[in-house]
Write a protein that binds this ligand. Structure first.
Ligand code: PLP
Length: 403
C-alpha cells in the first residue's frame, strides 16, 4: 500500500495547518463572539445588485462567463481595475500586460513565492506578518529576514542594516523582495507614513530589491489622510502591487490582481497556468460589470461607516474593560484589526483556550510570527460581530485578563 507520508514533497512538508482556518470554523458558530477571522460584515455585500447582475451575465454573456478564459484575465475587468487605479490612486500608464487577474490576493502571494523564491533565497517581511503571506512564502523554503513594525510602519533602520549586511556578505541578489502591507496592516493595524514609504523605496532602489506591496485594506480608511501607494511613488519602478475585491466587495467572489513589470506579470501568468488555467470567468465578468456601474465606492461609504463605528465601539470597550498596567493597543485609521499588546507575562495562546470557554475568540499573536514565539499579543478583528457583541466580547476578554 502506498504510504502517503513517504512520498509527500518537501514543499508539502513545509506547510503547516493554519490556526486562522481553524478559527474561521468558529466564526460560523453563532454561540461564539468571534474577533478571529478578517471576514467582512455580510451586511456590506451588495447582494441584490449582484443577484440581478449575475443573472444578466449568465444569460447574456454565457459564451464568455461559462467558458475557459485567458490565464492573464478578462480584459473588461482589467479595464475597470486600470480605471480605478488611475482615478483613486493616481496610477497611470498601466497596460493589460502589466496586470494579472488572480483568485484573490492570496493566489497572488503564492505566485510571487513560486516565481521568486528558492531554498537559498531571502524574503524580507514584517514582524508580525500576515499569516497567509508567511504560509505562501514558507512553502518555497526561503530564509526570512524579519523587520519590526512600529506605529508608523516598518523599522527603516533595521531594513537598512539588513540590506547593508546582505550586501557586505555578497548575498544581496538572494534577497528577492521586501513584502509590506503599508495600509492598516494585518494583524498590526498600523499604517506606513509617507516618509517611511519614500525611505523604503530609496533603499530598495539603492540595493535593487523588489518591493511587494499588498494593499487589501487601502479603501477602508475611517480617519486621516490617504497616503500614496508605494507603487505610485515609484512610478511602478521596482514595485509589484497586489490588490483584491475581498474586503470592499466580497471575499467569496475571489477576485484579486497583480500590477507590475510586464516580465514579472508574464512569469506569474505562466505559474498560474499550472495552478488553475484561469480565474473563474463568471466572477471576473460579474465584477467587471459591477465595477462598470460606478457605484461601488458610494456603497463602500456605508460599509466604511459601519466599520468605523465598530472600531470605535471596540476601542471604547478596550478602554473600559482592559484596565491592566502595561497593556496597550493600536488605534487603526482603517482596516479591520486592532493589535493588543499585554504585559509579557501573558501568553495569549493559553488565554485563547479560556476565552473560547467563555464564548469569545481572537487570534493569538504567536500565529503572526515566523518563529512561533510565545506572544502576549492578540489580533482583534472588529468587522464581523454586531456592536453590542463587540462590547460584550471585550468585557469577557477583559475579565479573563484581569483574572
Ligand atoms: C494582508 C492581506 N493580504 C492578502 C489577503 C488575502 O486576501 P484575498 O485572497 O481574499 O484577496 C489578506 C486577507 O485577509 C490580507 O489580510
Amino acid at each position: 500500500m502506498v504510504e502517503a507520508e513517504k512520498i509527500f514533497s518537501k514543499i508539502s512538508k513545509r506547510m503547516k495547518s493554519s490556526i486562522i482556518r481553524e478559527l474561521l470554523k468558529d466564526s460560523t458558530n453563532t454561540s461564539i463572539i468571534s474577533f478571529g477571522g478578517g471576514a467582512p460584515d455580510p451586511e456590506t455585500f451588495d447582494r441584490k445588485a449582484l443577484a440581478k447582475l449575475s443573472q444578466k451575465v449568465l444569460l447574456e454573456e454565457y459564451r464568455i462567463a461559462l467558458q475557459y478564459g485567458a490565464t492573464e484575465g478578462d480584459s473588461l475587468l482589467k479595464d475597470q481595475f486600470i480605471r480605478i487605479l488611475k482615478e483613486r490612486h493616481e496610477i497611470e500608464g498601466l497596460d493589460y500586460d502589466n496586470m494579472l487577474i488572480t483568485v484573490g490576493s492570496q493566489q497572488a502571494l503564492d505566485l510571487m513565492g513560486k516565481i521568486f523564491l528558492d531554498e537559498d533565497s531571502y524574503a524580507m517581511v514584517s514582524h508580525p506578518i500576515y499569516l497567509g503571506a508567511a504560509s505562501a512564502f514558507r512553502a518555497y523554503g526561503p530564509k526570512f529576514i524579519t523587520i519590526d513594525l512600529e506605529d508608523d510602519g516598518l523599522n527603516i533602520n533595521q531594513v537598512e542594516d539588513a540590506l547593508k549586511k546582505l550586501d557586505e556578505k555578497g548575498e544581496i541578489s538572494k534577497l528577492k523582495f521586501i513584502y509590506t502591507v503599508p495600509n492598516f496592516h494585518n494583524p498590526a493595524g498600523v499604517t506606513m507614513s509617507l516618509e517611511k514609504r519614500k525611505a523604503l523605496l530609496k533603499l530598495a532602489h539603492k540595493y535593487d530589491v523588489l518591493v511587494l506591496e499588498d494593499d487589501p485594506y487601502g479603501e477602508l480608511r475611517y480617519e486621516g489622510e490617504k497616503i500614496p501607494d508605494i507603487y505610485k511613488l515609484a512610478n511602478g519602478e521596482g514595485v509589484v502591487l497586489l490588490n483584491t475585491m475581498s474586503k470592499i466587495m466580497s471575499p467569496g467572489i475571489r477576485i484579486g490582481m497583480i500590477a507590475g513589470d510586464k516580465k514579472i506579470v508574464a512569469k506569474a501568468a505562466l505559474a498560474k497556468q499550472g495552478a488553475d488555467l484561469c480565474t473563474p470567468t463568471f466572477t471576473q465578468r460579474l465584477v467587471a460589470r459591477y465595477l462598470e456601474k460606478g457605484t461601488i465606492f458610494d456603497k463602500m461609504a456605508k460599509a466604511v461607516e459601519i466599520y468605523r463605528r465598530k472600531k470605535n465601539v471596540m476601542l471604547d470597550a478596550l478602554d473600559k474593560y482592559v484596565k491592566v498596567d502595561g497593556a496597550k493597543w493600536t488605534k487603526p485609521e482603517g482596516g479591520l484589526f486592532i493589535w493588543v499588546t499585554l504585559p509579557e507575562k501573558y501568553d495569549t495562546m493559553k488565554l485563547f483556550e479560556k476565552a473560547k470557554k467563555v464564548g469569545v475568540s481572537y487570534i493569538p499573536g504567536s500565529a503572526f510570527y515566523i518563529d512561533d514565539r510565545v506572544s502576549s499579543n492578540m489580533r482583534l478583528s472588529f468587522c464581523l460581530p454586531p456592536e453590542n457583541q463587540i462590547d460584550e466580547g471585550i468585557r469577557r476578554i477583559g475579565k479573563l485578563i484581569r483574572s
